[in-house]
Structures are given as C-alpha cells and as structure tokens.
Design a protein around this ligand. Structure first.
Ligand SMILES: *[C@@H]1O[C@H](CO)[C@@H](O)[C@H](O)[C@H]1NC(C)=O
Ligand SMILES: *[C@@H]1O[C@H](CO)[C@@H](O)[C@H](O)[C@H]1NC(C)=O
Length: 199
C-alpha cells in the first residue's frame, strides 16, 4: 500500500507538470510585438507537433499563447527537445526573432550579419518522422481524456479551433492522433496504479 501511495504521488507530480521544457525566449526577443492571433497559431502548431515528436503519446502538451510558455512531455516521461523541429514555438520565435533583429539593426550590415548567424531555426519535419513509424492504437477513453486534459496544465489552453487553419499539417488528424495517444498513455498509467494498489 505504501508503494502505491508513493507511486501515486510520483505520477501526480509528473502529470501536474513538474517537468516542463527548459526553453526560454531568446534575449532581446519582444513577444509583445507578435499579435495575439499569431501567438495562438504558434501554440496551436506547437500542440499539434508535440505528439508527432513524442510518437507514443504525450503526458503533457500545453501552450500558453500569452507567454508562449509550453510543455511537451511524452508518455514515457521524457521531455524532448522540440527546437530542431519546424512548427514549434522555438521555430516560430526563432524566425520572428530574426525579423526583429534585422529591424533593430537598420543600415548595419555587420549587425544584420550577426542576426543571420544567430538565426538557426528548426528544420526537421515532425510529421514526416511520425508517419514513418508505427500507427497508434485507438481507445474509447474520451471521458478520461477530458479529465486528464483539464488537469494537465495550469497554463491556459489555446483553442486549437481558432488557429488551426494557420497550421500546415492537417489539424483534425493531428489533434485526433494527439488525443488518442494521450488517453492511451494515461490509461496505461491508471492501470499501472491500479495494479500496484492490488499488489
Ligand atoms: C524531470 O526533472 C527531474 C529534475 O529536473 C529530472 O531528474 C528527471 O529526469 C526529469 N524527468 C523527465 C521525465 O524528464
Ligand atoms: C511535413 O511533411 C509533410 C509530409 O511530407 C508535409 O505534408 C508537410 O507540409 C511538411 N510540413 C512542413 C512544415 O514542412
């Protein structure tokens, strides 16, 4: 019984987001210059890309479109580095930061060269990498999913519907895959807890 309590608290800690990505906005980047609809689109894309990077489901997948804080934690508890991938917050910020850098160095060839040198933005396509691996199984755990989603982050959840059209991947398919994978991982966690309680 003690084991299960310890395990439960460990699970709760990880589900509640003890681990989030350590990404911080680049120094000098002014998030206030990005309008809110664009920030929402970035978050929507981020949330669609996280499951493709994780591939076996996500434990945390959130993005706050005000601050651009995001969490992408895979079902196995790992926190992947999303920076090398296109369609992630770091990718969009990197591109926008380049634009801001150029704008703040008018008539300054040397400064602009430095902007360019620092603008190494993600280039990997997470959709392609996910498609080349196995497909996910489906479960009917939509009730569990709703509960899990509402507790998986204190950050505000961006409405994917509003900004979905701005993403290049098929949002419906990506979202469906996300939910399916998430609930599978979550159910597996619950079943593991249940098994530990019985033992
Ligand atoms: C979570 O963070 C802790 C402390 O930073 C670290 O030891 C652990 O490996 C991380 N776990 C995951 C799943 O990333
Ligand atoms: C990623 O690859 C898929 C499949 O080839 C393609 O449809 C999509 O446009 C690509 N996305 C990006 C952002 O390049």
């Amino acid at each position: 019984m003690r084991t299960s309590i310890v395990f439960l608290s460990a699970l709760a800690t990880s589900v509640m987001g003890a681990n989030s990505t350590t990404y911080t906005l680049p120094a000098g980047f002014n998030v206030g210059l990005v309008d809110s609809s664009e920030r929402s689109a970035w978050c929507s894309a981020q949330r669609n890309t996280c499951p493709d990077i994780c591939q076996d489901g996500t434990r945390l997948n959130s993005c706050d479109s005000n601050t651009l804080d995001f969490s992408c934690v895979c079902a196995d508890g790992s926190t992947p580095d999303v920076t090398p991938f296109k369609q992630t917050v770091p990718f969009f910020v990197c591109q926008a930061n380049y634009g801001q850098c150029i704008n703040s160095h008018p008539d300054d060839a040397e400064g602009q060269r430095t902007c360019k040198k620092n603008a190494v933005c993600g280039s990997k396509n997470a959709t392609e990498e996910a498609d080349s691996s196995s497909s996910s199984t489906t479960t009917a755990a939509s009730t569990t999913l709703a509960m899990a989603t509402s507790t998986d982050s204190t950050a505000s959840q961006t409405s994917s519907v509003a900004a979905a059209s701005a993403t290049t991947s098929n949002p419906a398919v990506a979202l469906g895959g996300d939910m399916t994978k998430y609930s599978t991982g979550f159910m597996a966690g619950l079943m593991f807890v249940a098994a530990r309680m019985i033992l």
